[in-house]
Design a protein around this ligand. Structure first.
Ligand code: TYD
Ligand code: ZN
Length: 405
């Protein structure tokens, strides 16, 4: 097949096997018709973009009952408040206009709205866009495209900043996004987005970042190449702790803004890490296979010992782990999760019951598999009683030095 970005020939370097929709929590009546696709990532040696070779139709993932609400995490509310203020302080002058792609429930844009800043969110899932509206955030229910960019341009003029968070990596046709941004952005305007970072995924062997919604896992090298094709260049990079290691990319039209020294430094680090070489991903594949073997051995031996094991947090990421490792309900009794929409349903593919958080606290298991490993500090602090009463955590990603926020 061809690279989604530059059309060079590419081939998957591994397959994680048959995968369901990561956020497709379901009822027993739906088991029979569950949708699966093959999760097989490829690395393009030409533009260095890591991508999924196959992906379900966007309508299967982002619809009017999309179960992901950014606002549910207090930590994320704070994160987006800081993100917004950082944009205001560094990139906005008087009377600015800002746009967010994939504005979800308005968690980022409400900070601009509160300051009376003219803004527009573009969000394909109507249910989350309605919540944004309740928080004073204007949004259009649509997928972003050059056509939509022209429409916004006619109605509201050019933007000072176009932003996104955990959205760009969801969008298969990035060339269309870059064209739209080119139409809408002022000469001095900036494109700012953050997504899970390939450097962290490689260092931690956190292969669970790969699931249907994440068609790309970016590096600075790949982002420079993708948007470089459309006249943009990286002017700054800011590593983030969110989602188990993310990167914030800041781009401007070539030559229009000074380039921070961080850009050079991080590009250099990426070369040292091998993010520009396909061989790196063969090593990654071998590490995924060992990680799978180790986790399965642990769970099987605990079962033999008659220990109670439950999952902690039914994250999207857990769908990849459960299905790749083929972790069946006899190995994990249930997964406790705080999201009401998931409770009482079953996990995609492996059909492990999802229970309310109380099911974990009311009768502590012997072991808990930490599927929300990206919130480890917050969770370990919250669950001290579990640890003190002899409960143990099972994790499956490598510890690495923390990135700065
Ligand atoms: P998140 O890190 O957003 O994961 P992903 O992007 O992979 O879905 O985690 C969100 C899920 O984790 C959500 O279903 C709620 C659950 N969760 C808990 O149940 N308890 C917790 O303490 C945390 C932090 C998350
Ligand atoms: Zn390519």
């Amino acid at each position: 097949m061809k690279c989604r970005v530059c059309s060079a020939p590419i081939e998957a370097f591994m397959s994680f096997g048959k995968m369901p929709i990561a956020n497709g929590f379901l009822t027993p009546e739906q088991f029979e018709n569950e949708y699966f696709f093959e999760l097989a990532p490829a690395f393009c040696s030409s533009c260095c973009t890591l991508q999924l070779t196959k992906q379900p139709d966007p309508e299967k993932m982002f619809h009017d009952h999309y179960a992901f609400f950014s606002r549910t995490s207090k930590h994320m509310v704070k994160h987006f408040q800081n993100y917004a203020h950082w944009v205001m302080d560094n990139y906005l002058d008087h009377n600015p206009f800002v746009i967010e792609l994939g504005s979800n429930d308005g968690i980022l844009l409400e900070n601009f709205s509160k300051h009376g800043i003219s803004h527009m969110g573009v969000e394909p899932s109507a249910n989350v866009a309605n919540i944004a509206q309740q928080h004073g955030v204007n949004s259009i229910v649509a997928f972003f495209s050059p056509e939509l960019a022209k429409q916004i341009l006619q109605q509201q003029g050019k933007a000072d900043a176009i932003m996104a968070a955990n959205v760009m990596c969801h969008i298969p046709d990035l060339n269309a996004i870059a064209e739209g941004v080119d139409i809408l952005l002022k000469e001095q305007g900036v494109l700012i987005f953050e997504d899970p970072y390939l450097g962290d995924m490689v260092r931690r062997v956190s292969y669970d970042q790969l699931y249907d919604e994440h068609v790309y896992i970016f590096s600075a090298i790949s982002v420079n190449n993708i948007f470089g094709r459309h006249g943009f260049e990286l002017i700054d990079l800011l590593p983030q702790k969110t989602h188990g290691g993310s990167m914030r990319y800041v781009l401007a039209r070539k030559g229009k803004r000074p380039i921070s020294a961080r850009v050079h430094d991080i590009l250099q680090t990426e070369v040292e890490l091998g993010l520009d070489k396909s061989g790196t991903f063969l090593k990654f594949k071998a590490q995924c296979e060992s990680s799978k073997k180790e986790l399965l051995e642990t769970l099987r031996s605990l079962k033999t010992e008659g220990k109670r094991v439950v999952g902690y947090a039914a994250t999207s990421k857990s769908t990849t782990v459960l299905n790749y490792c083929q972790i069946t309900p006899d190995l994990i009794e249930f997964i406790a999760d705080t999201t009401p929409e998931k409770q009482g349903k079953y996990s995609p593919g492996m059909h492990i019951p999802i229970k309310p958080y109380g099911s974990f606290c009311d009768a502590y298991p012997d072991y808990a598999v930490l599927f929300a490993w990206n919130h480890k500090d917050e969770i370990f602090a919250k669950e001290q009683t579990f640890s003190e009463s002899g409960g143990q955590w099972i994790t499956f990603v490598q510890e690495v030095f923390e990135t700065v926020e």
